[in-house]
Design a protein around this ligand. Structure first.
Ligand code: MTE
Ligand code: HPA
Ligand code: MOS
Length: 764
């Protein structure tokens, strides 16, 4: 079944926030934000700005009737700065006027006097100065200190990965208006409607029942709208409340890039110990997360970094510590993989380091250490249905790994100015919110008496196709065709207290809740059908819009059945509630069973590096992925392709750059390069690993949103291998992204550039 949104997207009829018709009298707004990263505010002069024709009001912290506080996990983030600025781009005021244009004009006239305070942009410096968001945490299994001496090889090093801009096509925005009795309705582009509702209530001094949040769909979120869609929505809700007028904000790209947090940059130290044959005996990591100026989701992201610090390898002795370091960057936030990719990068760097020193390909070490059933993760969960080896073997067989190895070797022997690099990237990702209590969802289903079905869930559509999957759950449970089912917007009045659509768990959690609701109505319909047909409910099934008894079709059609139930005064509405069973985690011991299941897969990546220019092309990305029993192969394939390209972008082109003063330099698409059509791999081939799926996955179709991003890690190591083939003097460094500039420098590092250089590029 194709994505139910594809027709609307292609014809331009899909509704995004900015397509919602505005009401008469709507006002527009722009945020005035901090022009420095850390300072005391002495004075802000709004007088000239207020003179601009069309400006209706400038709203600051002083106008807030409730609390000036939007922090979700830790209350450390004001909606509007009060006396101090903590990051460049921090909101200070909301300028409200008759057009966005006049608001921008007014913004340019605001004068602010500040007193500079020291700026920290580096997480290690923050750590040294004890600037921590929360106490560091350590995951430990076995005793690394007891085995270093027994290791044949021990290597220590450092791995850094930069942040990443979400670059959702639709920037942040929201539209709010007052309804009767002071209630507020907010249309917004958020992954977390309940977070918006809760925070708006807190800031406006209202109760949650006074606020209705409605989300049609997002033009991409990627984690950037899990928490950070909230401030804009709260600001316009506040303005609507204070001014009794509808107020809209539509943040432009530069404002969005400057003011919002991104993927967390990380800097880490690792130590890895191996035996003679390459078995990893011990691994230790000290991980510094650049959290930015406020907590946002950083503690949860840091937790997932620890969960994934050994990726898909079994390591008997592990000690990993991570710290959320407070710096003066915009508060960093969720981004596809949620800290997992950063943790895995450190492990893969350690393995690449070991392989380099031991003079063997990294894949020899990777393969030897893949997780097997019964292996324990450092957090106590036991690997079950571990498909790591299966995925690797299948990839190796399907894509003829030894032929690829030969091809790369031969190419490198025959070419001097171009070199190929090969890397294999296994991935193991845990599915569930790491915070156990968030793993619940609800759905509301109405069957109308004409046989049409209306579905609301807590899931937010952001391009990942969750609505298509929800529709499939309803149509399959009732045995009706797709056009019977309508997916409504995500709305806090229809489905309450939702977790954000995140952690790749949106389809599982909401799909299970929906299945529960549909099954309850189905049970009532089976009874009605049994009565009408003189049969027993257990013998009744619904298929192809027809009632079946023991697999034989009857004359009773879906529409007639529904009408009969209605006329018998049987309820045709139901809500479903689902909470993932079996999962638990004890933070005091850092042990438990936090994940419903794990998703596995293996990517084989081949890159060709132009050794004169430092440029590279990914020729082949071949993936064997564990979808379980995919309920929608086209949607899931889209997730793999998008995820792997986004991961490759993070590892190669996308270079966030801040000045020492904390100003974002890469603040537009001209200075922040994401993969375009020329940069994506020439071939991305995805093969389904044949597995049974998992009972805790919706219809045994495993979660697919985030895991494929981590295949992109292999891009770094593929390039590194090509560089090594060209420059034997290169000392491997682990400092992502591997931009063309860095590649060029690495190709000639330690080489004397000139006619003398042996077999190198310049000679030929
Ligand atoms: N795919 C598209 N097209 N757009 C997105 O914003 N977000 C990703 C992933 N795939 C995203 C996407 C992230 S970060 C997550 S957590 C999951 O989708 C969320 O959706 P799911 O839980 O339904 O998989
Ligand atoms: N993943 C994604 N988002 C989250 C999580 C998680 O584990 N926990 C809280 N928000
Ligand atoms: Mo995804 S980072 O969990 O929104």
């Amino acid at each position: 079944m194709k994505n139910i949104d594809s027709h609307g997207h292609v014809t331009g009829r899909s509704i995004y926030l900015d397509d919602i018709p505005t009401q008469r009298g709507t006002l527009y707004s722009v945020v005035f934000d901090a022009p420095v990263a850390h300072a005391k505010i002495n004075h802000v002069d709004y007088s000239d700005a207020l003179q601009v024709p069309g400006i209706e009001r400038i709203i600051t912290h002083e106008d807030i009737p409730g609390e000036n506080q939007i922090g979700g996990i830790i209350p450390d983030e004001p909606l509007f700065a009060e006396d101090e600025i903590h990051f460049w781009g921090q909101p200070i005021a909301l300028i409200v006027g008759t057009s966005e244009h006049v608001c921008r004009k007014a913004r340019s006239l605001i004068k602010i006097e500040t007193e500079a305070l020291p700026v920290i942009t580096d997480p290690r410096e923050a750590f040294a100065k004890n600037q921590l968001i929360c106490p560091p945490r350590t995951f430990k299994m076995g005793e690394p200190d007891a085995v270093w001496d027994a290791c044949t090889h021990v290597f220590e090093g450092r791995a850094d990965s930069n942040g990443q801009e979400h670059l959702y096509i639709e920037t942040q925005g929201a539209y709010a208006w007052e309804m009767e009795n002071g209630n507020i309705k907010i249309a917004t582009s958020t992954q977390g409607p309940t977070a918006v509702q809760r925070t708006a209530a807190k800031v406006l001094g209202l109760s949650m029942h006074n606020i209705e949040v409605d989300v049609t769909r997002l033009g991409g979120g990627f984690g950037g709208k899990e928490d950070q869609a909230t401030p804009w929505a709260v600001m316009v809700a506040l303005a609507a409340k204070l001014m009794h007028r509808p107020v809209k904000i539509s943040v432009n790209r530069m404002d969005d890039m400057r003011m919002t947090g991104k993927r967390h940059p990380y800097s880490s130290d690792y130590k890895i110990g191996l035996d003679e044959e390459g078995h990893i005996l011990a691994y230790e990591a000290m991980i510094y997360q650049n959290s930015g100026a406020a907590a946002d989701l950083s503690p949860a992201v840091m937790e997932r970094t620890l969960f994934h610090c050994t990726n898909s390898y079994y390591v008997p002795n592990v000690k990993a510590t991570a710290a959320c370091c407070r710096t003066n960057l915009p508060p960093n936030t969720a981004f596809r993989g949620f800290g997992g990719p950063q943790g895995m990068f450190v492990m893969e760097s350690a393995i690449a380091h070991a392989a380099h020193e031991m003079g063997i390909p990294a894949r020899k070490i990777q393969y030897k250490n893949l997780l097997k059933d019964g292996d324990e993760f450092s957090y106590g969960q036991i690997a079950e249905h571990a498909n790591a080896v299966k995925a690797w073997d299948d990839a190796s067989r399907t894509y003829k790994l030894s032929a690829i190895e030969n091809e790369v070797r031969t190419f490198n022997e025959e070419h001097h100015t171009e070199k190929k690099g090969l890397a294999i990237q296994p991935v193991c990702f845990g599915i569930s919110f790491t915070n156990t209590q968030m793993n619940n969802a609800r759905a509301l289903v109405h069957v109308y008496h004409d046989g049409s079905i209306h579905v609301s869930t807590g899931a937010v559509e952001m391009g990942q196709g969750v609505n298509t999957k929800m529709l499939q759950v309803a149509m399959n449970t009732f045995g009706v065709s797709a056009n019977r089912v309508r997916l409504d917007t995500t709305n806090t009045t229809r489905v309450a207290n939702t977790s954000p659509t995140a952690a790749s768990a949106g389809a599982d959690l909401n799909g299970k809740a929906l299945e529960i609701a549909c099954t309850a109505i189905l049970g009532r319909l089976q009874k009605v059908a049994a009565e009408k047909l003189n049969s027993a409910p257990e013998r009744i099934t619904l298929k192809k819009e027809t009632v079946y008894i023991d697999d034989a079709p009857t004359e009773l059609h879906w529409e007639e059945l529904v009408m009969t139930a209605f006329s018998h005064r049987v309820s045709l509405s139901e809500k479903g509630h689902y909470a993932t069973p079996e999962i638990h985690f004890d933070k005091s011991r850092e042990k438990g069973h936090p994940f419903a299941y794990h998703v596995y897969g293996t990517a084989i990546i081949v890159v060709k590096v132009d050794c004169l220019r430092g440029r590279y092309v990914f020729e082949d990305v071949n993936i064997v992925h564990d979808f379980g029993k995919s309920m929608n192969t086209i949607v899931d394939l889209g997730q793999i392709e998008g995820g792997v390209v986004q991961g490759i972008g993070w590892m190669t082109l996308e270079e966030l750059s801040f000045t020492k003063e904390g100003r974002l330099l890469s603040n537009a698409l001209s200075t922040y390069k994401i993969p375009d059509i020329y940069a994506v791999p020439e071939v991305i081939d995805v093969k389904h690993l044949e597995t049974a799926g998992h009972e805790l996955a919706i219809r045994k179709s495993k979660a697919v949103g985030e895991p494929p991003l981590m295949y992109g890690l292999g891009a770094y190591f593929a390039i590194q291998n090509a560089v090594k083939a060209f420059n034997p003097g290169y000392l491997p460094k682990f400092d992502a992204p591997f931009t063309p500039e860095k590649v060029l420098l690495s190709l000639y590092e330690g080489k004397e550039i000139g006619v003398k250089s042996g077999k190198g590029a310049l000679e030929s």
